[in-house]
Design a protein around this ligand. Structure first.
Ligand SMILES: Nc1ncnc2c1ncn2[C@@H]1O[C@H](COP(=O)(O)OP(=O)(O)OP(=O)(O)O)[C@@H](O)[C@H]1O
Ligand SMILES: [Mg+2]
Length: 293
């Protein structure tokens, strides 16, 4: 199978990891390898993982590395093909008909077609990265439709005929694994599970993403977040929470709060579930003191 033209210059997982770093995204070797293979083999990349581990951001970084526009389809319960593919601009069609009076007007011309992300990616496969975000939120019916789309990258518009992509677009799918995805869909993709980053890596992310956070603070916040994630919480903090917690605690520290206290007072940035807060209440101070040691 020929290597995609679009990744000329990115000839190894290492090179991709370096480019992703330049785009402010730190990828482990396993993620860089999966992403590289997906690009090289022309297959969709399926990223699964807990909330906030960097799935969406990973897709954005890939688009940035390729110099392409990210076209994002956010999935939700009840999403249908009109939201994913295209819609006819009905009010505009009506207006055109009224204004045309006796004359012929083609109400199925491009002017009246509202392209949604999947059609957009089919039309411009070389300029876009299609992100199908949180596919687990969509229902099985939509997943089956998606599978068909990913099989031949063509869609049929009854009034216009079939539109086929000139080459396979780059597609990234993400899932929070609130339910299992179909076997057939997985089979079509290169799969990668994104775990919470290793502490050293997460501290590096904090220093890269947060402004004005000291090295020691980054390590302390990562230790604290690690302790929280070890608990059976409903909403364990993701990497975004780590970054924000480091920033928030730094701000309070600059205003005079001592270290464990600064983390404690900024806890609303890390834990956003009342049951989790109640569950940890009696131990939280000790946990944070230990982490900040
Ligand atoms: N590997 C990484 N390199 C750099 N920043 C990262 C990385 N992973 C996560 N982040 C940071 O964490 C934030 C959250 O990541 P993102 O929104 O991609 O998570 P997600 O997995 O899509 O979460 P959700 O399931 O809630 O949508 C990003 O905005 C970014 O600041
Ligand atoms: Mg996301």
């Amino acid at each position: 199978m020929p290597i995609r033209r679009s990744i000329v210059g990115i000839d190894s997982p290492d090179r991709l990891a370096t480019s992703l770093r330049d785009a402010q995204y730190l990828a482990d070797d396993s993620l860089a390898t999966a992403a590289y293979l997906a690009l090289a083999l022309g297959k969709p990349l399926l990223l699964e993982g807990a909330p906030g581990v960097g799935k969406t951001e990973g897709a954005k970084a890939i688009a940035s590395v390729l110099g392409r526009q990210l076209v994002r389809l956010q999935c939700y319960e009840g999403i249908d093909s009109a939201h994913a593919l295209y819609e006819w601009n009905y009010p505009r069609q009506m207006l055109a008909i009224r204004q045309a009076r006796e004359e012929f007007v083609n109400i199925y011309a491009d002017d009246f077609l509202i392209a949604r992300p999947m059609l957009e990616a089919l039309r411009h496969p070389r300029d876009t990265v299609l992100l199908i975000d949180e596919i687990d939120r969509a229902d099985h019916e939509f997943e089956a439709f998606l599978l068909e789309f990913l099989s031949d990258f063509s869609i049929s518009i009854p009034e216009r005929g079939t539109i086929r992509a000139q080459e396979h677009p780059v597609v990234v799918l993400t899932s929070n694994r609130t339910r299992e995805l179909h076997e057939a869909l997985r089979r079509r993709c290169v799969y990668h599970w994104i775990d919470y980053p290793h502490p050293t890596r997460e501290a590096e992310i904090v220093m890269m993403r947060a402004s004005q956070v000291a090295h020691d603070t980054a390590y302390r916040v990562v230790a604290a977040v690690g302790a929280l994630r070890a608990e059976p919480l409903a909403k364990p903090p993701g990497v975004a929470e780590t970054v924000e917690w480091a920033e928030a605690a730094t701000l309070l520290h600059e205003q005079g709060a001592a270290w464990p206290a600064a983390f404690r007072r900024a806890i609303g940035v890390a834990l956003k579930d009342q049951d989790d807060l109640t569950f940890l209440e009696s131990r939280l101070d000790d946990m944070l003191r230990e982490a900040a040691a």
